[in-house]
Design a binder for this molecule. Structure first.
Ligand code: ZN
Ligand code: ZN
Length: 305
């Protein structure tokens, strides 16, 4: 089942070589050729217990319109709701522009009074960033830190879109949170689809060799468990499917609910990351296709559990 889930979520709808990055991640020493969702779900399960906290960061700014994209928030909140169901408190770490979308997504999934922390991009105020990510580990004492489709710092210290554009002024930087978590021995998990997201440092060489603009966009921050998917939301859904298999209860949502989540996300200001349009789509793929992917995962789990 885990291998099947990995296979489904790496469907390369965008033609971006996500399966190559997925294979590279599975072949890293820490993953020992095991399915990526199994690695991520098992490691999460091994550190969490009722009452513990997990930080989940998401939010990829589309600078041409000044809005966050629809890939990331859905996955982050679906994962947060699954953790909440298992008694773990999720805390969402996002740019201020994404806060309204996280709130409505949590409402849609009946995740009451969500904890949301905002991290300012350097370009958001006249002064330097006023709310950095520093201090969040001390305040929340999390057992894990997760990034879902979160821009990651490149070798020259900038943040890059998948076409290589410098988007640094719009990104609320959270790489230090992951670096600090690694130093403290806190579990780090990354979910990405392009090579420029936090966690892709684990497969940096493959990003540089196999991905368009790879040498410019490759993120240098590695994580303990890197899940690569065709679309990052699917990667997070895959981890939720993995947690479902391990806990014996279906923690995923249905395709119909995925459609309403996407509508809510767009109405709260998110845009398609590929087209920069306010349409119910993710990475240029229609909401109906995303709903079908969720139905495949949900149906598979229902049959198996
Ligand atoms: Zn991406
Ligand atoms: Zn994406």
């Amino acid at each position: 089942m885990f291998a099947l889930i990995d296979h489904l979520i790496t469907l390369d709808v965008g033609g971006r070589n996500s399966r190559v990055l997925s294979d590279a991640s599975r072949e890293t020493a820490s993953h020992d050729d095991e399915p990526l969702v199994k690695q991520a779900a098992e490691r999460l399960r091994s550190v969490m217990s009722p009452g513990s906290t997990v930080l989940i960061s998401t939010g990829f700014p589309i600078t041409s319109v000044g809005s966050p994209e629809t890939d990331g928030p859905l996955g982050a909140v679906v994962l947060g709701r699954a953790l909440d169901t298992l008694g773990v408190t999720p805390v969402f770490i996002v740019e201020p522009t994404l806060e309204p979308a996280i709130e409505v997504l949590c409402t849609e999934l009946r995740l009451d009074a969500p904890n949301i922390e905002t991290v300012d991009p350097p370009g958001s105020t006249e002064r330097a960033a006023t709310k950095p990510s520093r201090g969040l580990l001390g305040r929340y004492d999390p057992v894990a830190v997760v990034a879902v489709e979160k821009p990651g710092r490149t070798a020259d210290g900038t943040y890059r879109s998948m076409t290589g554009e410098d988007i640094s002024r719009s990104v609320g930087p959270v790489d230090d949170l992951f670096g600090e978590a690694v130093d403290r021995g806190i579990l780090t998990i990354g979910v990405g689809d392009g090579g420029n997201e936090i966690g892709m440092g684990s497969v940096r060489e493959a990003v540089e060799r196999k991905i368009d603009h790879g040498e410019t966009i490759a993120c240098v921050q590695p994580v303990d468990a890197l899940v690569v998917a065709g679309i990052s939301n699917w990667g997070a859904y895959g981890i939720v499917a993995g947690l479902s298999l391990l806990s014996g209860r279906n923690l995923l949502h249905t395709g119909r609910i995925d459609r309403s989540l996407l509508e809510a996300c767009v109405s709260a200001g998110c845009v398609d990351g590929l087209t920069a349009q306010s349409t119910p789509s993710v990475d240029g793929i229609s909401g109906d296709h995303h709903a079908q992917m969720v139905e495949l995962l949900y149906g598979g789990l229902t049959a198996h559990l």
